[in-house]
Design a protein around this ligand. Structure first.
Ligand code: NAD
Ligand code: SER
Length: 316
């Protein structure tokens, strides 16, 4: 089995490549990205997802039979250049789908997002099937990608699998310009400076998930028997829901002197267009999804991993 990961240098790719290599062996997992960075460990190939010929060459040369297609421009960064975001997120994905069919790639993973939701989507316990009127070009490109996933499965039998990730929080890779990035940054600032200025209002509730749960969900979905997969768009998925003030209160339990203030920017409007909590009953029913980390467990784990003890003894 040879696996290609696009956008592998990103927040999720860093973790996913590590996990896939542990499972399948280093040489079986080809990491790729538009840029090379410190974390680009071999086998690594440069790949701009808009370079269709290069995608074909890699799939042929490396005999790729599974693709984890992570390359994308996220919600906040996407608003700075809508046309480029549409092109990378949607046209890049269409190339992956079409080439996969032509070249016999067996399985494709497409990460969707809570950004597919919009003002008319029910905000609390958002059901799997609900009105979707995204407010960002990122969300527009992801809901279009979901529909194309469904189409390629129906029409060509391509085994596409997809999750609507909530905001993903990890401690060993940096987020790439999304609206939920505060929930990662806050931990670093708490440890380094003892304070944080949040770009969302204190009561902005969003669905979130700790990285280990996100990785496990991805693996469980990708390894589920095909007949268990009843949804080819994106499965609703959630781990927890919290607000910045609730996260700050949890961090304060470990770092009592921690302080937070709030200076909302353009990301507030994006966050307000998304759901507050998600109903992921279908994932639980189809492939036994069950999150393990709540807010308290995640906060404890991140602070331990990032070196709370070092902080207490004088900083990182
Ligand atoms: P990220 O921004 O950290 O990483 C994306 C990667 O894509 C970057 O390394 C970037 O260099 C690469 N990239 C950008 N343009 C490219 C191009 N033209 N060709 C090839 N690579 C390109 O994002 P992430 O958080 O790791 O997200 C990975 C995927 O998961 C994305 O599709 C994103 O939409 C989805 N997702 C992430 C979250 C989250 O909270 N992190 C939530 C929902 C969905
Ligand atoms: N965490 C992502 C973002 O904020 C959601 O897809 O853009």
């Amino acid at each position: 089995m040879a696996i290609l990961v696009t956008g592998a240098n990103g927040q999720i790719g860093t973790n996913l490549v590590r996990l896939l290599r542990e499972k399948y062996g280093r040489d079986q997992v080809i990491a790729s990205d538009i840029i090379r960075s410190d974390i680009s460990t071999p086998p690594f190939l440069m790949l701009d997802i808009l370079n269709v010929q290069r995608i074909r060459e890699i799939i042929e040369d490396r005999e790729i039979d599974q693709i984890y297609h992570l390359a994308a421009i996220l919600s906040a960064n996407g608003e700075w250049n809508p046309m480029k975001t549409w092109n990378v997120n949607l046209n890049g994905y269409l190339s992956i789908l079409q080439i996969s069919v032509e070249m016999g790639v067996k399985r494709v993973f497409f990460p969707s997002t809570i950004a597919v939701h919009g003002k008319s989507t029910p905000k609390v316990n958002t059901p799997q099937y609900a009105p979707m009127d995204p407010s960002t070009v990122y969300g527009m490109s992801k809901i279009a990608g979901e529909n194309w996933s469904h189409y390629y499965h129906q029409r060509y039998g391509l085994d596409v699998r997809s999750l609507r990730y909530p905001g993903i929080i990890g401690y060993d890779s940096m987020p790439g310009g999304g609206t939920t990035d505060y929930a990662v940054d806050i931990f670093y600032q708490a440890l380094e400076k003892g304070r944080y200025t949040c770009f969302l209002k204190p009561d902005t509730r969003l669905p979130m998930m700790y990285m280990p749960d996100a990785m496990r969900a991805t693996m469980e979905l990708m390894h589920a028997p095909s007949d268990k997969i009843t949804i080819r768009q994106g499965y609703n998925l959630t781990g927890m829901s919290f607000t910045p003030e609730e996260l700050a209160a949890e961090i304060k339990k470990h770092i009592p002197s921690f302080e937070i203030d709030y200076h909302p920017d353009f990301r507030q409007k994006i966050a307000e267009s998304w759901s507050e909590s998600i109903d992921d009953a279908q994932a639980r029913q189809d492939w036994d999804w069950q999150p393990q980390f709540d807010l308290a467990a995640m906060t404890r784990d991140i602070l331990e991993e990032l070196g709370e003890s070092k902080f207490k003894s004088g900083g990182r």
